[in-house]
Design a protein around this ligand. Structure first.
Ligand code: ZN
Length: 174
């Protein structure tokens, strides 16, 4: 299977998950779902599917689908000029989402991708189910992963500038 084909499969699967979670997507929006392995070469382990519904100079509203076994690597949204950086609320629509921020190491439900212990430094775990949410202050390191059934979460935020996101893992290409 070519990566283009598997990317299309992931896009179709993500669109179905997002729609099942109650978010209507036009076919155009579904076709534009971003599927990325962040340049790490194993999208099923570290990767993400993102449907962008709103992205203006002031705010962004996205639905993120994570398949079972996938992890969104540790990152933060840096300050740009007078803007302190993206404030982001992660709200769960379906499945379970384990979210990690800096603090006491309480990691127990989740697991760090094999061999990546040094680039997953935030270990304060919050396990969230549908309807639960957490707001990340600008500049807060975070990473997240689903439970066994995958998850769909909303990312509700101030301005998104994905290309500027900083990742702990220097191998990431955004
Ligand atoms: Zn983020």
């Amino acid at each position: 299977m070519t990566s283009e084909k598997s990317g299309q499969d992931a896009r179709t699967r993500a669109a179905a998950m997002i729609r099942l979670a109650g978010i209507g997507l036009t076919d155009d929006e579904a076709a534009r779902i971003e599927v990325t392995g962040l340049g790490l070469g194993h999208r099923e382990i570290e990767g993400i599917q993102i449907a962008t519904m709103v992205s203006t100079e002031r705010l962004a509203f996205k639905a993120i689908a994570l398949f079972a076994g996938q992890t969104m690597p540790e990152h933060r949204h840096p300050a740009v000029g007078d803007d302190p950086g993206k404030e982001e609320t992660i709200r769960v629509l379906s499945g379970e989402c384990r979210l990690y921020v800096p603090g006491e190491d309480t990691l127990s439900a989740g697991r760090i991708p094999a061999g990546k212990e040094d680039v997953y430094t935030a270990r304060d775990e919050t396990v969230m189910r549908p309807g639960e949410q957490l707001t990340l202050s600008p500049g807060t390191w975070h990473w997240f992963q689903p439970g066994d059934e995958g998850t769909v979460v909303l990312s509700i935020s101030t301005t998104a500038r994905d290309a500027l996101d900083e990742f702990t893992d220097p191998a990431v290409v955004r």
